[in-house]
Ligand binder design. Structure first.
Ligand code: C2E
Ligand code: CA
Ligand code: CA
Ligand code: CA
Length: 277
């Protein structure tokens, strides 16, 4: 029996074992995994830096492989993307995350916005808007409690189409966050064209900013310019107190990272919520 998620050793050994898998075998098992419900979600809190309280949550998919245990999404998302399996998988993730959020609300927990990652393949689906609307209806979750995370490079690549789709999502009441910001070399002023409210600074900059003056300048600049555009900033990958202090000093709104909590399974996340944080 495998304990889900907690056991880091298992996670790392799974990552090593997966290298012995042939691509085809992995693809075959991905198909099977969808049928046999081997996927699960973990939930990582976002914390408001002013109140110190949980202000949101990101859903992150995991694959509980029957032989090798938990497999990191970094290993299987790219393959799922290439093969198109990301479309049914991504829809499963969205439905599960929305349903879970609704369950927490029904249990009387403080309502939170749940962030779900959208891949480029999903974003290019003709029926994206209908799919998202359908999931919200089915799960009885109000749109204001859903946020979609799209990477900077995806939004930029899709240009005009992004503007149209993001506008539709916004009109439905769904917030958009730009993920991995800083890695796509796009100018912040270009971002003004997109109806985007939240910016997530990529964790590579957060990791180095207290040691590398260039990264510190970059993070400061991103925060200042984002605020100038009326956007909220979320720093991801915050692990250390000194990073937290830096971000607080520069008026970053929210943080996400191991400093506060790792991604947790639904039950542990609920316990964290109940502990009043
Ligand atoms: P991401 O969207 O940038 O998610 C943040 C990643 O950083 C997560 O890795 C999270 O566990 C990790 N993380 C959080 N805090 C810290 C920290 O303090 N330090 C460090 N070193 N890492 C931290 P995870 O869960 O392995 O996911 C990796 C990537 O896989 C995600 O990056 C996202 O691009 C993709 N992914 C995960 N779930 C989904 C999904 O449901 N759909 C799609 N399309 N992609 C997903
Ligand atoms: Ca994300
Ligand atoms: Ca990210
Ligand atoms: Ca990154």
């Amino acid at each position: 029996a495998k304990e889900q998620g907690k056991n880091n050793y298992q996670f790392y050994s799974a990552e090593m074992n997966i290298r012995v898998f042939e691509r085809l075998a992995l693809e075959t098992s991905l198909h099977r995994a969808i049928r046999q419900r081997e996927f699960l979600l973990h939930y990582q809190p976002r914390v408001d830096l002013r109140t110190g309280r949980i202000s949101g949550v990101e859903a992150l998919v995991r694959w509980n492989h029957p032989e090798i245990g938990l497999v990191s999404p970094a290993k299987f998302i790219p393959l799922a993307e290439e093969t198109g399996l990301i479309v049914p998988l991504g829809e499963w993730v969205l439905r599960t995350a929305c349903a879970q959020n609704r369950i927490w609300q029904e249990r009387g927990l403080p309502p939170l916005r749940i962030a779900v990652n959208l891949s480029s393949r999903q974003f290019r689906q003709e029926n994206l808007i209908q799919m998202v609307a359908g999931v919200l209806t089915e799960t009885h979750l109000a749109a204001q409690w859903l946020e979609l995370e799209l990477t900077e490079s995806l939004v930029m690549q899709e240009g005009e189409r992004s503007v149209a789709i993001l506008t539709e999502l916004k009109e439905m009441g769904i917030d958009i966050a730009i993920d991995d910001f800083g890695t796509g070399y796009s100018s912040l002023s270009y971002l003004k064209r997109f109806p985007v409210r939240n910016l997530k600074i990529d964790q590579s900059f957060i990791r180095d900013m207290t040691r590398d003056p260039d990264d510190a300048t970059l993070v400061r600049t991103i925060i200042t310019m984002a605020h100038g555009l009326g956007m909220k900033v979320i720093a991801e990958g915050v692990e250390l107190e000194e990073q937290l202090d830096f971000l607080r000093r520069h008026q970053c709104e929210e943080i996400q990272g191991y400093y506060f909590s790792q991604p947790l399974d639904a039950e542990k996340f609920e316990q964290l919520l109940r502990s009043g944080k």
